[in-house]
Design a protein around this ligand. Structure first.
Ligand code: E4P
Length: 228
């Protein structure tokens, strides 16, 4: 079980990576835009290479920016040359439910030996099919699932059962964190990985009662500091 960071910000990744608590990073075009990455495709390339080198050998997910099958394959081949720990995110289907994406995922994994993170999924059944197609990672967006009135924990548990029963090697990544509690509850439900918004990691670490306890230790410890 592992925690990934869902961000493209170098300084933030450095901070948590140096604590030894993250095992990978995920990005998507929206994250790249929000993080202020400019300079077109070259901008994504530069940033991705920096992140991949920083966290190596842990994996970095970089998402294609186009849903044309030929372009997805071309971009995936290109991304995977940038660093050997880059895997490529492909959405489960196109913007209007186009079905070619699973074919693309299958071809990239089986013919080109590229690790795929099948993404933008909201249900166990979508993830199950992506795993059958050969995706290394299957990403379900927990916060969005809950927001639609479904129960993310139930979807994760069903999915994990299916992957185990069918002996599928795909790893479940749950993203779209909305609350600190999501991280542990989704791992407990059966996720292999939860990809977390950085501020929620702080929320996991800092506790008001721990603060009070540390303040007590430091106050009493100061008495010893004074004696030379
Ligand atoms: C996961 O891999 C995605 O990058 C991300 O978690 C989506 O989250 P959102 O629903 O907050 O956009």
């Amino acid at each position: 079980m592992a925690i990934f960071l869902d961000t493209g910000k170098i300084d933030v990744i450095k901070k948590y990576h140096s604590m030894g608590i993250i095992r990978g990073v995920t990005t998507n075009p929206t994250i790249m835009v929000q993080d202020g990455i400019t300079g077109g495709f070259e901008g994504i390339k530069k940033q991705s290479i920096k992140i991949a080198n920083l966290i190596h050998p842990y994996p970095l997910s970089v998402e294609v920016t186009n849903n044309n099958p030929k372009d997805m394959i071309r971009q995936a081949l290109e991304f995977s040359k940038w660093a050997d720990n880059i895997n490529v995110k492909i959405t489960i289907h196109g913007p209007n439910g186009e079905l070619e994406n699973l074919q693309v995922i299958h071809e990239l994994e089986k013919k080109h030996n590229i690790r795929i993170n099948a993404t933008a999924m909201m249900s166990a059944q979508q993830c199950f099919l992506a795993a059958l197609a050969g995706a290394t990672y299957v990403s379900i967006f927990g916060g969005r699932v809950n927001n639609m009135g479904y129960n993310t924990r139930e979807e994760i548990a069903r999915l994990r059962q299916l992957l185990d029963d069918f002996e599928l090697p795909a790893k479940i990544i749950v993203g779209s964190t909305r609350e600190v509690v999501n991280i542990i509850e989704w791992l407990e439900a059966g996720a292999h990985i939860v990809t977390v918004i950085p501020k929620f990691i702080d929320g996991m670490i800092v506790h008001p009662y721990s603060k009070e306890t540390v303040q007590m230790f430091l106050k009493d410890g100061a008495a010893f500091e004074k004696v030379k």
